[in-house]
Design a protein around this ligand. Structure first.
Ligand code: SAM
Ligand code: DTB
Ligand code: SF4
Length: 320
């Protein structure tokens, strides 16, 4: 598998793009891009030491630790996201993980019950889950759980020491067993090799069922993190990774994620051509900046792409 991914990846760029585009058109004829809005419901002060992340309490990235947001505030943000055209609302918390019975987890379940009435897909990313916590999230109305592998199993220990790759896989298994969709991808630009990227993709392809969505992040080198000095990832490397992901996981939403601010309109157009069909939308990611919504709307219009239409029936979002 790895060698097949490697030969796909190393083709002349235009041959790779042609193949990815053909796969894309076959499975996604609608010319749509899904708009997803992120909200950090609990920012900073995280116990983990992920070396790319501004929210780790072990780095001094100038992110102040905040309390879990109140339900009404989250609802207001979710309503704004829907009014602006998002069909997915993704709430992130800077925690090592959650378990049943925890007071803060109960509060998240309350938030999810409300947000899931709005007819958007509801995604959360809260760190590690026990199987019981996963079941409770599903019951509360979560449609997808985001938990990235970020890189290959071999390179992961260079990036994080406070949890293991196996911990990540265990959470993903709990998510699948609870019947939620898996949103799982990674970051380019951590200092990994091309083989590391493709090994990650190989692991993603081994999931049963395959991930429903795959975020591809380009590292945003956050000042104060150990990776602050990393060189930006080359745009053609990003495009190649998107194209190989599209071919290897034809039914997945491939999300062009963090790092778009650095990409020109032309570079983003190439990413969509290569098979990206989802973006984070709105001027803020979790702690970092994202392009302005108006700029994204005009870019899509200029390319003849449409934002994914809202779900006519809220039950359709929930059924995802
Ligand atoms: N704490 C949870 C976890 O680790 O799964 C959820 C939040 S975490 C911020 C979600 C993902 O955001 C990470 O797995 C990583 O892929 C991405 N991410 C975080 N910081 C980033 C950065 N500086 N640049 C690019 N992607 C980043
Ligand atoms: C994902 O893969 N990327 C998003 C989402 N899943 C949670 C987060 C990007 C975070 C970028 C850095 C920040 O905002 O601090
Ligand atoms: Fe914590 Fe998630 Fe950031 Fe790691 S990526 S430090 S687990 S918020």
């Amino acid at each position: 598998m790895l060698s097949r991914l490697r030969s796909l990846h190393d083709q002349p760029l235009f041959d790779l793009l042609a193949q990815a585009r053909a796969t894309h058109r076959e499975h996604w004829p609608e010319q749509e891009v899904q708009l997803c809005t992120l909200l950090s419901i609990k920012t900073g002060g995280c116990s983990e030491d992920c070396s790319y992340c501004a929210q780790s309490a072990r780095h001094d990235a100038g992110v102040r630790a905040a309390r879990l947001m109140e339900r009404d505030e989250v609802m207001a943000a979710a309503e704004r996201a829907r009014a602006n055209g998002s069909t997915r609302f993704c709430m992130g918390a800077a925690w090592k993980g959650v378990r049943e019975g925890d007071r803060r987890f109960e509060q998240v379940l309350d938030i999810v019950r409300d947000v899931s009435s709005l007819g958007m897909e509801v995604c959360v990313t809260l760190g590690q889950l026990t199987p019981g916590a996963a079941r409770q999230l599903k019951e509360a109305g979560v449609t997808a759980y985001n938990h990235n592998l970020d890189t290959s199993p071999e390179y992961y220990p260079e990036i994080v020491s406070t949890h293991t790759y196996q911990d990540r896989l265990d959470t993903i298994q709990a998510v699948q067993q609870a019947g939620m969709s898996v949103c799982c991808g990674g970051i380019l630009g951590l200092g990994e090799s091309v083989d590391d990227r493709l090994r990650m993709l190989e692991v993603l392809c081994s999931f049963d069922p395959p991930p429903e969505s795959v975020p591809i992040n380009a590292l945003m080198a956050m000042p104060g993190t150990p990776l602050e000095g990393q060189a930006p990832v080359d745009v053609f490397e990003l495009v190649r990774m998107i194209a190989v992901t599209r071919i290897a996981l034809p039914r997945a939403k491939v999300r062009l994620s963090a790092g778009r601010l650095r990409l020109s309109r032309e570079a983003q157009a190439l990413c969509f051509f290569a098979g990206a069909n989802s973006i984070f939308y709105g001027d803020k990611l979790l702690t970092a900046q994202n392009p302005a919504a108006a700029a994204d709307q005009s870019l899509l219009a200029e390319l003849g792409l449409r934002p994914q239409a809202p779900f006519a029936d809220p039950a359709l979002a929930a059924a995802r």
